[in-house]
Design a protein around this ligand. Sequence first.
Ligand code: FAD
Ligand code: ZN
Length: 470
Amino acid sequence: MNPLIAQLQSIVGAAHVLHEGDLTAWEQDWRKRSRGKALAVVRPGSTAEVAAAVRACAAAGAAIVPQGGNTGLVVGATPDATGTQVVLSLQRMNAVREIDAANLTVTVEAGCVLQSLQERTREAGWLFPLSLAAEGSCTIGGNLATNAGGTQVLRYGNARDLCLGLEVVTAQGDVWDGLSGLRKDNTGYDLRDLFIGSEGTLGIVTAATMKLYPLPAATLTAWAAVPSLDAAVRLLGLARGRLASGLTGFEVMGQFALSLVTRHFAQLRVPFADSSPYGVLLENADHESEAHAREQFESLLEAALEDGCVTDAVVAESVAQAHQLWHVRESIPLAQAQEGLNIKHDISVPISRIPEYCAQTDALLAREVPGARLVNFGHLGDGNLHYNVQAPEGGDAAAFLRDHEQRVNDLVYAQVLRFGGSISAEHGVGSLKVDSLPHYKSPVALAMMRAVKRALDPQNLMNPGRVVRV
Ligand code: FAD
Ligand code: ZN
């Protein structure tokens, strides 16, 4: 047996070092775009065990791939094909260590599944607002490592905004206890923010202290039919003005994206499906009462109808109806998968420029990649669109991707650059975009990123080949 495997067994117990049998769940990424081969999957049960496992790997010169729920979308949590990398899964470290009601914080281990963290804090009477379609499987450590966004960002911010402190095992196997829970701390460089969004390339997050919020008294959902993206941006402005911090969700969906939902999930009812180029899902969380929330929503929608930025609207009458509306939004990626292979983007541009970005880029794609079908939807309230491209109707999707994926990406990203945006607003870089990044990030920024990587991980053992190459 490989001596490193034996050593890892002595650290975490033989039962928690997997190196034989079917390791697909750890070796294949969620979108099945890549299948690697691990030397072993090690599943430590404590921070001390993570540290000891990292020291053992470092001594053996073995690269480590941290993994949470393996729901990442950029091939960042699975090993390469060499059979030499160790997958370090945080799944067993899932305890909620402490809820501090007076400090409005929860301290939680990295492997805790997001949905169970939401449930645990709700039981204690508090809201943990991070929310995304993968919440039943993704972990808080993975959320922090990718700085996940989701559907509540416009009110509560992304994972970074929700985090007050981290516990990290460094590439050397030291433990940094930064679980302060402080809202103010100006004692030098912000190490916490360095690790958030670093996708496992600088160290391993083993625990975090996260912000909690009061639970709203009522949360209502509405669906508005809007005639254009311009109108959607106007509606966002109106909603911000009238609902203020009550506005917790603002999602836009193009008609073609919605038609895929209708096609593949016939049981789901899409409101105003045929009559409107875009649908917008709005959420209003109110701290007073349901009646107050409904009144506010209705007066907003009346004003929007008068303005013309909305042509029709409906406010969900019950929690079940609200869930149905959200279910439509969340089914778009699944409907896309059913329709066939596709090219995904998670771009951001300033909200004010989104209509112009889409008008120009839609036209460019139609001209340069005939037949490509645009599946445009996303978190308009954050300036973040999933500006995806589906292969032509009835065509060979695999051949389309082979021949056109690079060209489509080049077109979309060049436009992003022109509009002052980002090629990844949510999913991160991973290995999927590691070679694109240098084209869209300034050389000065890249040089600083490499300097940080070299300083914190001089052996290049933490998730090598992801985010930035050194
Ligand atoms: P993994 O996939 O296991 O890992 C992701 C990256 O983080 C890898 O680079 C890995 O090495 C690193 N990592 C994981 N755990 C740690 C740790 N403890 N320490 C250091 N590094 C670590 N993302 C969004 O932002 N917004 C969305 O709305 C959204 N919706 C999604 C919907 C679906 C259906 C799916 C499948 C994914 C979605 N994602 C979304 C992407 C994904 O869910 C997030 O990136 C999530 O945060 C990943 O968490 P995870 O635990 O699965 O991480
Ligand atoms: Zn998203």
